[in-house]
Design a protein around this ligand. Sequence first.
Ligand code: ATP
Length: 519
Amino acid sequence: MSTVKTLTGEEHFKAVISHAKEYGFIFQSSEIYDGLSAVYDYGQCGAPLKNNIREYWWRAMVQMNENIAGIDAAIFMHPTVWKASGHVDAFNDPLIDNKDSKKRYRADVLIEDHIAKIEAKIEKEVTKAKQRFGESFDEAMFRSTNPRVVENQKKIDEINQRLKDCLERNDLEGVRQLILDLEIVCPVSGTRNWTEVRQFNLMFATQMGSVSEEASTIYLRPETAQGIFVNFLNVYKTGRMKIPFGIAQTGKAFRNEIVARQFIFRMREFEQMEMQYFVRPGTEMQWYEHWKQARMQWHLTLGISSTKYRFHDHIKLAHYANAACDIEFEFPFGFKELEGIHSRTDFDLKSHEQHSGKKLQYFDPELNESYVPYVVETSIGLDRMFLAVLSATYKEETLEDGSDRTVLSIPPALAPVKCAVLPLVNKDNLPEKAREIMDQIKFGFDCMFDAKDSIGKRYRRQDAIGTPYCITIDHQTLQDNTVTIRERDTMQQERIHTSEVSRIVEERVSMKALLSKVS
Ligand code: ATP
């Protein structure tokens, strides 16, 4: 039996970041020039992991739902798109600077972090009580009656309410006052010497056209959703879609984030996976509930502990939304948004109708009338999902014999390499035999050949990149055509015939098996 080392959130996060670099998952962009802030490159292990997560999402959406069509819209769009979507006028974050450290923060995030600290106090009380009362512990009762918990919860509710009121009224002075009243200090300087709160637009602008008089300002898209809205009519007509139907896409989005920290959690260039579901007005709440459950199911199917996920209802709804929530994930730095699920009414299509002068309506044969459909969207950041998988599966273990290993227990269907092919020693015809096996199996899944160093070291290297299976070719293989297959998490080995390798590995790592559990 192995034991998993306990790490604090901070230690865990630091270890994940350095592991990601050391094993070729993620590199800082332009590192030889000291990097570009909040921009990252995916390395030889990161790129396949990211592709596999994207594939899992795409196939769960597009392949498994007959009524969801997948598209790939351009990053550049007509500038009026961003007028219509509201991004030119209102895609702002409230920012605040600390005069002593000269550091810039998102004012709302400072307040949310403060709330998270109070939440942590509550959780500590609950954990302590759970241990004290054991089996007979009634958590709901404890949360509603324990004076310290009740008082802290009241504080949280009051702060949330004040923040919501201020943001709805665009009362930036009120937001600043809240920061002062809560005695929030700058994490760097430790002081409360804050500037005013100002709004800052997050879109990157650039010029299109070669002659400067003709050039027009266009934007790098800050979300992929608008590429779907402007193609609503195209897909509806050419795909002969019937409501309810969805359009899905994955692709890059760009935001000039004020506070770009926390590794790939908040980047300036990132990738989104979004699906807009067009429904008959009046049925949107039913579909909102449907997609909340369906998306949670997609996450849980991966086998990552369900305690790491929770729903969080938005305290401040955008003016056009009639329901919105996040799926939050427990990253090493706490529960944060991983995915958003929003009921957006007919806001986007109506606005594009007004700005483009084109009718964006659906003719409903059952009702015999045309209308602008309502939209329920699901929107998840691919990079955030990558970080969720990496941080939840990273483990440092002490083995029975006292040695250590670092392992990524990535769900097999997502693992960058599915199977390593290892000749026990680099001589005696074993490498040749191993190559022969590799050449037979490499068509079905990603394999890696490794003959260097001791077998123990090679197993550790594969554990560290999350390879679920290692095939070892030894002297017995030359006699009877059998190999050992070692499973990453249990480290158990069994002997199988070489002709079985392909089938056994394929069965256990297959995306197909994973997808069949989602539905
Ligand atoms: P946040 O509140 O964290 O800024 P948001 O509410 O602005 O996120 P949305 O506009 O709803 O995010 O975007 C949908 C998803 O895109 C988010 O749930 C997140 O996973 C991802 N995402 C948004 N901004 C970033 C970013 N800067 N870097 C990486 N992923 C992002």
